[in-house]
Write a protein that binds this ligand. Structure first.
Ligand code: 13P
Length: 338
């Protein structure tokens, strides 16, 4: 029975989400799939080899003092089993930095037949045994990212499939001791205004919570990774941080129960500074949940460029990573001043 299971799950997950959702800290998303990591490496003229991915991820996890601002790091499977260039397990380096290791468990997007050229997310088959193995390997939380496209609809089918997949994944992860991060990314692409994003987000989160409840997921042991409510990337009207904050908090208040401990936003293609300013605006008053970040690009863009694949740039790149991490830490506390 889910009711008997709940106390056990609580004790399993209590420490993890409390550590991950701790004041002044957020998540470093460094779980780019090999394909996506290849694109990032290509942007600095590097080949997509295991050695290059290892060198870059070593730079990230060994950045001195990172744990002051970063509570969790989401890894791709390769990194969970990988060592640094100095031969220490990446997972052990993170734990020494007081950073909880997490793992991306979805297997990516494929076309959704019968939809309006939309996608669905693979990875439920075998997920129970994979999550159990990831726990053994040191992971304590998981992430499943699926996407919803506004220009392509979203169709009722795509939203339902996204919500159901997230809910099944959340229940399976909890059953194996991992705190699930629930991430239905509403893509920024499109010319639509902020009101349209708001309307779609209301629909998506209503369905996600309907199915989370139907699957008996334990809300106290779930973290969310939403997109902020913004105009489409190609919309001619831009929104100020105040507007993004107003719309996003209105969405969260209408759809997210206070039992959920933490909301860790994705950056979704916002610039580094935009992502920080928007998070700061959302933390100007008290919120029922911990409102923080789980950024990939908005933490890594300048760091990656600064590194450029050169050993002599590692220190400078780590310093730049720390600058972004600290800025977002201050934004989590509502104290970022630029
Ligand atoms: P961005 O912050 O670059 O959107 O990436 C976050 C992430 O993990 C997407 O799943």
């Amino acid at each position: 029975s889910p009711f008997l299971l709940a106390p056990m799950l609580m004790s399993l997950s209590r420490l993890r989400y409390k550590t991950v959702a701790s004041p002044g800290r957020g998540i470093l998303a460094m779980d780019e799939s090999n394909a996506t990591c290849g694109k990032r490496l290509a942007s600095i003229g590097l080949e997509n080899t295991e050695a290059n991915r290892q060198a870059y991820r070593t730079l990230l996890v060994t950045a001195p003092g990172l744990g002051q601002y970063i509570s969790g790091a989401i890894l791709f499977e390769e990194t969970l089993y990988q060592s640094t260039t100095d031969g220490k397990k990446m997972v052990d380096v993170l734990i020494e930095q007081n950073i909880v290791p997490g793992i991306k468990v979805d297997k990516g997007l494929v076309p959704l037949p019968g939809s309006n050229n939309e996608s669905w997310c693979q990875g439920l088959d075998g997920l129970a045994s994979r999550t159990a193995a990831y726990y053994q390997q040191g992971a304590r939380f998981a992430k499943w990212r699926t996407v919803v496209s506004i220009p392509n609809g979203p169709s009722a089918l795509a939203v339902k499939e996204a919500a159901w997949g997230l809910a099944r994944y959340a229940a399976i992860s909890q059953d194996n001791g991992l705190v699930p991060i629930v991430e239905p990314e509403i893509l920024l692409d499109g010319e639509h205004g902020i009101d349209r994003t708001f309307e779609v987000a209301l629909k998506v989160w209503a369905e996600v919570f309907y199915y989370l409840a139907e699957n008996n997921a334990l809300f106290e042991g779930i973290l969310l990774k939403p997109s902020m409510v913004t105009p489409g990337a190609e919309c001619k009207d831009k929104a100020t941080p105040q507007q993004v904050s107003d719309y996003t908090l209105k969405l969260l208040k209408r759809r997210i129960p206070p039992a959920i401990p933490g909301i860790m936003f994705l950056s979704g293609g916002q610039s580094e500074v935009e992502a920080t300013l928007n998070l700061n605006a959302m933390n100007q008053g008290p919120n029922p949940w911990h409102v923080s970040f789980s950024y990939a690009r908005a933490l890594q863009n300048t760091c990656l460029k600064t590194w450029a694949g050169r050993p002599e740039n590692v220190k400078a790149a780590q310093e730049v990573l720390l600058v972004r991490a600290k800025a977002n830490s201050l934004a989590q506390l509502g104290k970022y001043t630029g």
